[in-house]
Design a protein around this ligand. Structure first.
Ligand SMILES: [Zn+2]
Length: 59
């Protein structure tokens, strides 16, 4: 099934340019891998805004 001329993936979508960059989860600013925090809002790299205290939820 589906074994007829399957075009190989035209590696065009993934660009190795944004390899060392990370987008700020707050302001979506593109920081370099060297930056450990956002240059715009000083948010730490990898910090999730939604991942906070999960103490609430007892009720
Ligand atoms: Zn930011």
């Amino acid at each position: 099934m589906g074994d007829k001329k399957s075009p190989t993936r035209p590696k065009r979508q993934s660009k190795p340019a944004d390899d060392g960059y990370w987008d700020c989860s707050v302001c979506t600013f593109k920081n370099s891998a060297e930056a450990f925090k956002c240059l715009m809002c000083d948010v730490r790299k990898g910090t999730s805004t939604r991942s906070g205290l999960i103490l609430t939820g007892s009720e």
